[in-house]
Each structure stands twice: as structure tokens, then as C-alpha cells.
Design a protein around this ligand. Structure first.
Ligand SMILES: [Zn+2]
Length: 293
């Protein structure tokens, strides 16, 4: 017996749905295939349904925790963490972001000019006519307002990671660092795939963690921005993520569904292997392969 959550409920409501919180396990059902191979196949079903099954009252096979919750399996088992099961999912989502940022940067760098800030336009109206509401052009994104961006990403398959030491030296390794020496701008992007209920806290922790580095880079004359990307283990994309990626200049509804789906599929892989003592799963989730230019 499982209890199905209300259809169309937002992800946050689903994450807080009481029967889910109380139950020990959950499974993802693939709408048409129900087949693990197809799930990771680019041509496989895109439609994923999330259900909770009845309480599985057995300890976690990895760490021995009594009655592990979905949150334990998906984001807080210490053994899974050590075996880099969560890193696998994190890197799948990061790959999607890296591909979009790389192609956007390549396009903008070819253009070789910055987007001019919107200028106030003068409108003439006849006497007695009402003044139409002014349509404001959205401000240029961070990427549009810089020139010749360079980037480095902390992914095993990406070119070797290198923080721009000519700006400052640091022990920190933000997932993606973007910089423009010509327009003196620096962007630190950090991705987390937390349990849905920890999204807000996770963002706060990251902003605090990078505060010192931001100050150091600002002192060197680089306008520095920290962008935090939070995609929940069950695919919830935070509003702050939407805002930050829009600010950077890469947001689209396609990207939204891609990062959501890749996080969810990564969670599915973690879930189905929860009873395997070793973690050998390395299949890229659909859409999460590094594109070579
Ligand atoms: Zn555990």
C-alpha cells in the first residue's frame, strides 16, 4: 500500500508530504518502460513518477542506520557520502550547467562587444492623451556585460581546474569560476543537490563560505558575484536558482527541466543501488555528458 500525493502539487509540498516523510523508502516508477536501461537511454521515457512505498523497517545496508528515511538514502547516509554516490549526482547536474555556460560564453566571446545598459527613452504624446506605461528593457545579464570570458569547472571530464590565481590565491574550489580580465568581473558558481528542505539553509551556508573570497577579489578590482544553484534530490529547482541563473544569463525553461530531471535520475540511481555495498555506477544520465566543441 502506498499513498499517492496530490497530482500537480509543487515539489516543496511533495517533499513535505507527511506519508513520504514517515515512510522509509520510495521508488520512482518510469511511466512507459519501467526499465533501468531505458531510463538512462536518451530515447527512454522522460516521464517519471515518484511514489512512496510502505515503510521498509530494516536498517540502512550501508551505515546501519535504523529505519532510513528517503532523505537519509538520498542525501545524508555517511557511507554513501564517502563512496561519492552524491558526488556522482552532483556532477551529472554540474555537467548540464557547464555545457550551457560553455556554449553561451563561446557565443558571447565571438560577438566581442558588451551589451549596452538600457537607456531611458523620451516619449512624445499629444495633449490630452494618456502616457503609455514605459516598457523597461531587462538589464543585461552578467555574461552579456563582460568581454572575453574564461572559465574553469571542477569536473573530472573537464579541462584541469584552475582558479585564476592572478586575481587571488585561495583554497576554495567553487564548482565553476568565470572571469573576464577585460571587464574585471568574476563569478563564483556553486551547485548543491540537497534534500528539498535544506535548500534555503544550503544557499545561506554557501554565501557565508565565499564571503571572504569575494572580498579579496573585490579588493583586487574584480566585481565579484557568488551564484548559488540548488536543485533538490527530488528535482525541485529553487526560486533563488532561477533568479541566479537568469542573472548570469543562461536561464531557460529547457535548462530548468534538464537540471530537475538529471537530479531526479541521479537520485534514482542512488536509490536503486542503496543495498549494494560498493558503488560502481558511473553511467551518465541522459543530457549530462560533456559536449566537446
Ligand atoms: Zn546509511
Amino acid at each position: 500500500m502506498y499513498q499517492q500525493p496530490p497530482r500537480g502539487a509543487p515539489w516543496v509540498a511533495l517533499a513535505r508530504f507527511e506519508p513520504w516523510r514517515a515512510n522509509a523508502g520510495f521508488y520512482l516508477e518510469i511511466a512507459s518502460s519501467g526499465n533501468i536501461q531505458q531510463f538512462f537511454d536518451p530515447l527512454g521515457s522522460e516521464k517519471i513518477y515518484l511514489f512512496i512505498c510502505v515503510c521498509v523497517s530494516r536498517p540502512c545496508k550501508l551505515c546501519g542506520a535504523d529505519r532510513p528515511t528517503p532523505a537519509h538514502v538520498l542525501s545524508s547516509c555517511p557511507v554513501a557520502l564517502k563512496q561519492q554516490r552524491y558526488t556522482y549526482r552532483h556532477n551529472q547536474v554540474l555537467t548540464v550547467l557547464y555545457n550551457v555556460i560553455t556554449s553561451t560564453v563561446a557565443k558571447l566571446n565571438r560577438r566581442g562587444k558588451v551589451e549596452a545598459p538600457p537607456s531611458p527613452s523620451i516619449r512624445f504624446v499629444r495633449a490630452g492623451e494618456t502616457v503609455p506605461a514605459a516598457r523597461r528593457k531587462p538589464p543585461a545579464s552578467i555574461l552579456e556585460s563582460g568581454l572575453n570570458w574564461q572559465l574553469s569547472c571542477d569536473l573530472p571530464d573537464a579541462p584541469p581546474y584552475a582558479f585564476p590565481v592572478h586575481i587571488t590565491e585561495t583554497e576554495e574550489r567553487p564548482d565553476i569560476v568565470l572571469w573576464s580580465d577585460e571587464s574585471k568581473q568574476l563569478v563564483l558558481l556553486e551547485l548543491t543537490v540537497p534534500n528539498e528542505e535544506r535548500v534555503v539553509e544550503s544557499r545561506k551556508l554557501k554565501l557565508e563560505r565565499y564571503a571572504q573570497l569575494v572580498e579579496a577579489c573585490n579588493m583586487r578590482g574584480y566585481k565579484t558575484t557568488v551564484l548559488t544553484v540548488e536543485v533538490g534530490t527530488r528535482g525541485f529547482v529553487a526560486t533563488s536558482t532561477h533568479r541566479d541563473l537568469k542573472r548570469l544569463g543562461i536561464w531557460s525553461s529547457v535548462l530548468h527541466s534538464e537540471i530537475s530531471s538529471v537530479a531526479l535520475r541521479g537520485s534514482y540511481a542512488i536509490y536503486i543501488h542503496r543495498n549494494d555495498a560498493q558503488w560502481n555506477w558511473n553511467a551518465p544520465v541522459h543530457g549530462a555528458r560533456i559536449m566537446r566543441a
